[in-house]
Design a protein around this ligand. Structure first.
Ligand SMILES: C[S@@+](CC[C@H](N)C(=O)[O-])C[C@H]1O[C@@H](n2cnc3c(N)ncnc32)[C@H](O)[C@@H]1O
Ligand code: SF4
Length: 330
């Protein structure tokens, strides 16, 4: 299996969520319909992905996203089946509430290659977003995952994702030190996104001066936290993308090599190059049931993109494209 060319399939399996994070489009209090994937679709597509992995020798990492993916009913059974019967590697981004049960944590350690837990800062900052008691509970979950992983001798990469906001940016090094002490191995970050007319976004979005600070401190922060055992993922290019957003500058991308390394699947079973283009370029999974069809995905997405560039491509915000997960500073 060639990990360097692995294919990451990010699947937003549900729009439902149990928490009410003020900044999030999936927060519990938001009105409107919520879709979820069907277990049958996940198993069918997972089987073809397994065949594709075996035929190409390229590892497939299937990464569950939401809403809250661990609250998607079939997630545990589907994950086990896809790993054991079809050899897929699994990843999940979660708020961790479903991991209060020891049995769930054990299955996570046994079945998953990566887990990303969301931490919004120190106890006060995290609980202001996610609710009272959630910081200590999440810390206990992470420390237990660390211990179970050590006991088993293998287990998922323990990663935290955090949302950078105007009021918490310069506390990033303190957050990193705290996470390293819990046993977290990797840290990724997003900038707060949202609509300008949203009060939370208006108060907390990153300003150009915040990005100047981040660009200046990124390399030293990464070195400082590496010395404590925490890898900070990301790149100066990614920081520059965040700066463009803060300044209101657009960053058009002529060719992102769509479908080359990343496929995004939404809860309505449409596969696209990223989460911003499901409606325009989405290919129904029902049309992707054979190895031949999977092999044609990059060409098919590229052709769709050549035919009509979406507004999203005229100001690309794909974190993966800009190196959110990079391990080098370039
Ligand atoms: C949408 S959540 C879904 C997974 C899971 N429910 C969780 O909280 O980790 C995925 C990540 O996006 C982040 N996020 C949510 N809304 C955001 C926003 N408006 N701007 C930036 N990041 C956001 C969350 O903090 C979380 O780390
Ligand atoms: S837990 Fe995740 S999906 Fe749910 S509201 Fe918070 S950030 Fe959004």
């Amino acid at each position: 299996m060639t990990r360097g060319r692995r294919l990451v399939v990010v699947w937003r399996v549900t729009e439902a969520c149990d928490l009410d994070c003020a900044y999030c489009e999936f927060r519990r209090s938001r009105r409107g319909p919520r879709h979820s994937a069907s277990a049958a679709t996940a198993l069918t597509f997972g089987r073809v992905l397994g065949e594709w992995q075996a035929a190409t020798g390229r590892e497939v990492l299937l990464s569950w996203l939401g809403g809250e993916p661990l609250r998607w009913g079939p997630v545990w059974a589907v994950s086990r089946e896809l790993r054991q019967a079809h050899g897929l590697s699994l990843s999940v981004t979660t708020n961790g509430t479903e991991l209060s049960q020891a049995g769930r944590r054990q299955q996570l350690v046994e079945d998953f290659a990566e887990v990303t837990l969301s931490v919004d800062g120190d106890a006060a900052a995290h609980e202001a977003v996610r609710g009272a008691g959630r910081h200590a509970a999440l810390r206990a979950v992470i420390e237990d995952l660390r211990d179970r992983k050590a006991a088993l001798g293998h287990g998922p990469v323990l990663r935290v994702n955090t949302v950078l906001r105007h009021s918490n940016l310069t506390a990033l090094d303190a957050l990193g030190s705290e996470l390293a002490a819990w046993g977290v191995e990797e840290l990724t970050f997003n900038a707060l996104g949202g609509a300008p007319d949203d009060a939370y976004y208006a108060a907390e979005h990153l300003r150009p001066a915040d990005l100047d600070w981040l660009a200046q401190h990124f390399d030293s922060l990464r070195a400082q936290l590496a010395a404590q055992g925490l890898r900070v993922r990301g790149s100066q290019r990614y920081v520059r993308r965040l700066e463009y957003t803060a300044r209101g500058w657009r960053w058009p991308v002529a060719d992102c090599a769509p479908g080359d390394r990343l496929w995004f699947v939404d809860e309505q079973a449409r596969l696209s190059p990223c989460r911003f283009t499901s409606a325009e370029y989405g290919v129904p999974l029902a049309a992707l049931t054979s190895l031949e069809a999977l092999g044609e995905v990059p060409a098919r997405l590229a052709a769709a993109r050549r035919q009509r560039l979406t507004p999203a491509c005229a100001d690309c915000h794909s974190p993966q494209y800009f190196g959110k997960f990079a391990l080098e500073g370039a």
